[in-house]
Ligand binder design. Structure first.
Ligand SMILES: [Zn+2]
Length: 294
């Protein structure tokens, strides 16, 4: 028994803190491995079954968007390697928003790759803290009160700033609403003259800790609606959202790989449709808050 305990202690000690799994009800389903697949040109989906991550080969280093959960980091790293890349060639790690299920794996992936991490100013504060900001609708809610492994150094970008590497220019769009520090990333992918506007879209769901009301703050609601309007107006042939479900990414990829025409993999309405899904959610949420008696 003593030997078993000692062995367990050794195993635990060998696991870096930034890889310690976050336990949540949805986490095992989210973190199921998924083989990477091509989005377009030199951009691939490298995330898990329920949490997106995208790899872009710029020709002058790799860019990785999102790190999912801490326990997703080895899966994302394995997907990057299975495409024939070295993790050490990841130069930048970007983040949609600083919640444990999209930023939890960034500290480990940063450590493994040596990449720099970039985010909005509010996102950077949260990433360094290793938790949602104090005015986040979900603050204190979720597993470990929303805490995740902190990221020591974060480069701050402003709305509209670009990151140009090799043949690719990525643009950051601040998309506050789901969280104050959230962002969406766009880039034009070209492959032998065939160019597509790809979008890595932030979460746009109005969800919160119990008791929180979006309707208590008119400025916050207006900001959320402005984010949804901007999201819907993006140049957009393909949207990958932080959770891959809403734009039916996997169904579209399966249809494409089977040679079927429907649902179309590239669809210039996909950001508009995604934003409409967020607007509908927000409308329902505000209506529900209006009927609350607490
Ligand atoms: Zn979130």
């Amino acid at each position: 028994m003593l030997i078993a305990s000692a062995l367990l202690a050794t195993v635990l000690a060998a696991t870096p803190a930034d890889l310690t799994p976050i336990e949540c009800k949805a986490c095992p389903g989210w973190n199921k491995p998924r083989a990477p697949f091509l989005l377009h040109g030199r951009s691939w989906y490298v995330g898990t079954e329920g949490l997106s991550a995208v790899l872009v080969d710029t020709g002058d280093g790799l860019v990785l968007i999102d790190g999912a959960l801490p326990q997703s980091a080895p899966l994302i790293a394995a997907n990057v390697r299975s495409l024939g890349f070295a993790l050490e060639d990841v130069r930048w790690i970007l983040n949609s928003h600083p919640h444990y299920d999209h930023a939890g794996g960034i500290a480990a992936l940063q450590r493994m790759s040596g990449a720099r991490v970039a985010s909005t100013a509010r996102g950077a504060q949260a990433l360094k803290l290793g938790n949602a900001p104090h005015d986040d609708p979900q603050v204190g809610y979720g597993p470990q009160a929303n805490a995740f492994p902190p990221v020591a150094e974060v480069t701050v970008l402003a709305d509209g700033d670009t990151l140009a590497l090799g043949t690719v220019t990525l643009t950051m769009h601040a998309t506050p609403g789901h969280t104050p520090g959230g962002s969406t990333w766009t880039w034009r992918s070209c492959d032998a003259g065939d160019c597509r506007d790809l979008v890595y879209a932030d979460s746009i769901t109005a969800v919160s800790a119990p008791g929180f009301r979006f309707s208590d703050d008119a400025a916050r609601t207006a900001e959320f609606r402005a984010t949804l309007a901007r999201m819907g107006a993006l140049d957009c042939d393909l949207v990958v959202s932080a959770h891959p479900g809403p734009p039916r990414l996997f169904e579209k990829a399966a249809a494409r790989d089977a040679g079927a025409d429907e649902p179309a993999f590239f669809d210039s309405q996909s950001c508009r449709d995604y934003a409409a899904f967020g607007s509908q959610w927000l409308d329902q949420r505000l209506a529900e808050e209006a009927t609350r008696t607490d």
